[in-house]
Design a protein around this ligand. Structure first.
Ligand SMILES: NC(=O)c1ccc[n+]([C@@H]2O[C@H](COP(=O)([O-])OP(=O)(O)OC[C@H]3O[C@@H](n4cnc5c(N)ncnc54)[C@H](OP(=O)(O)O)[C@@H]3O)[C@@H](O)[C@H]2O)c1
Length: 265
């Protein structure tokens, strides 16, 4: 089969939405899709600290159903359609301390942000994708969805496991209707928040940031690559997956973890 690819402008004319696109991996994904020529809309509760006038920002708390509906209505009324949906928003703000420290509210807020926000957005945007027999949906999960870690928060890991399972089921349903659905499961990512967190660990332990990083990697069972991922590396994978170069990929969970997960699947 002969196929021509334009790597620099391959998303030209596409409308993309990246949730949680103001910081960390989401911001890098938004910038990557923009570079590939897409029109990119980002959402978060707070406006981005660093401006990029080419990213269209919609303020919303997607853990609330009414805000999800606001985003769906605003995108469809302004742009007429959505081609690429990257459900990147993820949140783990529940307290440490194991099962006993976690209230119903902790469980509900984590499930709202990590599972129900993508479910609602998918439900809102899928009809017009199915009608056009075209579209790509990405769910950003985590290796914790399949590798619960000691001392990790239970609702976060459980919500990502549910997201991975839901993503596969949705793919089974809508791939025959022309929409690809994929999951990306990162291991540790070196975001601004991660850097601040490492600095705090180092200060508290009176150690260097390098020693703090090694301590976190040890707790993960080691990262064969020797460091966390950069947000741009996760963004590069997503940029590929939403592109026409990945046309046959659907229903798969792509792990990007520098080799962290110690098993073969
Ligand atoms: N960082 C890691 O090591 C790591 C590892 C594995 C998987 N992941 C996954 O990768 C994705 C990105 O993580 P990250 O670490 O890059 O995120 P991050 O730096 O913490 O950024 C989170 C983004 O989501 C927004 N957000 C948070 N709660 C929200 C809500 N209720 N409604 C709307 N927006 C909300 C934030 O902005 P506001 O606060 O202004 O709303 C921000 O834009 C997540 O799904 C995460 O679970 C991360």
């Amino acid at each position: 089969m002969e196929q021509q690819f334009n790597f620099n402008n391959e998303l030209s004319g596409k409308i993309a939405l990246v949730t949680g696109g103001t910081k960390g991996a989401g911001r890098a994904i938004a910038e990557r899709l923009l570079q590939a020529g897409a029109t990119v809309i980002i959402t978060a509760r707070n406006a981005p600290e660093e401006g990029n006038n080419n990213l269209y920002f919609i303020a919303s708390d997607l853990s609330k159903a009414e805000d999800s509906q606001k985003v769906i209505s605003e995108v469809l009324s302004t742009y007429g359609r959505l081609d690429i949906l990257v459900n990147n928003l993820g949140s783990s703000v529940t307290p440490a301390g194991g099962f006993v420290a976690l209230s119903d509210e902790d469980w509900e807020s984590t499930l709202q942000a990590n599972l129900l926000a993508p479910v609602r957005l998918d439900r809102g945007f899928l009809p017009q994708m199915i009608e056009r027999k075209s579209g790509v949906i990405i769910h950003i999960a985590s290796i914790q969805g399949k590798l619960p870690l000691y001392d990790s928060t239970l609702p976060y890991a459980a919500s990502k496991a549910a997201l991975i399972n839901y993503s596969k089921s949705l793919s089974n349903e809508v791939t025959p209707k022309g929409v690809r659905v994929l999951t990306v499961s990162p291991g540790w990512i070196n975001t601004t928040a991660s850097k601040a967190w490492l600095g705090e660990i180092a200060r508290n332990a009176n150690s260097t940031v390098e020693e703090a990083q090694q301590g976190v990697m040890n707790a993960l069972g080691g990262i064969p690559f020797g460091r966390p991922a950069e947000s741009e590396e996760v963004a590069e994978l997503v940029g590929f997956l939403v592109s026409p170069r990945a046309n046959y990929l659907t229903g798969t969970n792509f792990v990007i973890d520098g080799g962290t997960v110690p098993t073969v699947s």
